[in-house]
Design a protein around this ligand. Structure first.
Ligand code: HEC
Ligand code: HEC
Length: 276
């Protein structure tokens, strides 16, 4: 089933190339023309409303799955190209539990745009916020993001480097990391304080732990390798040190701008024209 559908998309792709007069140029770009709704923030917002009304009941309000499959983690459903996604949403999945959608084509494209935005890297979507304003928020003392995160070599080391976050994470994941970072309960980074037998203490994130040693990275990025024999007490938080209250501390506009700024972070230049 999976292989057959991928095979179909291949044939469709090659067929489209053969028909296009500028096929050589298309072949270089690697894809055909995208529907204008894709990556468009207004279309995505409209698509989200439609999704909440007709799809969320089965696929979950955040696309996390339920009666229907998870739409956020690509591994859980085979990759569909844009036209296949359109057809699946329009016609449903006969024989499975997925009904057809009785909506005009432009509305279905809005749904496609929304479903795509759940998995596409943030940089492929235009975002409503203002990246320049978001940059100021990020580097401001009030927000304090740069105490823990670095972008292109500037900033702190307690949290992940965000230089490439826009090219690796979808917008919604970035948003959730900022407004609700402890939602999934799974953390690579755990806040830790080690109280040493010599009276000193070291605070940071746990990097590596065995039965005999623990490695702690402090806010300055320095690594401390401690033997458990030196440690009098170890407090490891179940959470990462990422603050969980930004939804309250920042205004909705500041958050939107911050997400726009993070969505633009890519170590490789992104050429929007190439993807049109
Ligand atoms: C009654 C429950 C239900 C509703 C409502 C529903 N779906 Fe589904 N959806 C399913 C099921 C079940 C599948 C898995 C079908 C299969 O076995 O391939 C599915 C599959 C999908 C897939 C993946 C198809 C694939 O082959 O991987 C997409 C994308 C999708 N649905 C989007 C939507 C959208 C968008 C809507 C709203 C317009 C929607 N669904 C409404 C149950 C539902
Ligand atoms: C006290 C340190 C600290 C501060 C301040 C902080 N963060 Fe974080 N942040 C972290 C840590 C640690 C993680 C890793 C979370 C995890 O794995 O659970 C993280 C995760 C993230 C992620 C997800 C990164 C990824 O690779 O998935 C984003 C995005 C993010 N933070 C943005 C921000 C923004 C924006 C601000 C400011 C508004 C901020 N953080 C402030 C420590 C911090």
């Amino acid at each position: 089933m999976v292989a057959a559908s991928m095979w179909h998309s291949r044939i469709g792709f090659v067929g489209a190339l053969a028909c296009a007069s500028l096929w050589a140029q298309h072949a270089v770009e690697g894809e055909g023309k995208k529907h204008p709704a894709l990556g468009d923030p207004q279309a995505i917002a409209e698509g989200q409303k439609l999704y909440m009304a007709s799809c969320a009941g089965c696929h979950g309000p955040k696309g996390q799955g339920g009666r229907g499959p998870n739409l956020r983690h690509r591994g859980m459903w085979h990759p569909l190209d844009d036209n296949e996604l359109f057809k699946t949403i329009q016609k449903g999945v006969p024989g499975a539990d997925m009904p057809a959608t009785n909506l005009p084509e432009d509305k279905i494209w809005q749904l496609v745009a929304f479903v795509r935005s759940l998995t596409a890297p943030a940089i492929e979507n235009r975002v409503p916020g203002n990246p320049e304003a978001g940059e100021r928020v990020f580097w401001s003392a009030g927000a304090g993001c740069s105490n823990c995160h670095r972008i292109l070599g500037r900033g702190g080391m307690l949290g992940p480097d965000l230089s490439n976050i826009g090219a690796t994470k979808p917008v919604e994941e970035i948003r959730e990391s900022v407004v609700d970072p402890h939602a999934d309960g799974f953390h690579h980074y755990r806040a830790v304080t080690a109280f040493l037998k010599n009276g000193k203490s070291i605070q940071g994130v746990a990097r590596n732990r065995t039965n005999y040693s623990i490695q702690i990275q402090d806010a300055q990025g320095q690594l401390h390798l401690l033997s458990i024999a030196e440690v009098a007490d170890l407090k490891i938080s179940p959470r990462s040190p990422m603050p969980g209250d930004y939804a309250k501390r920042l205004t909705p506009q500041q958050l939107e701008d911050l997400i726009a700024y993070l969505s633009r972070q890519s170590v490789r230049p992104y050429n929007a024209a190439e993807k049109k």
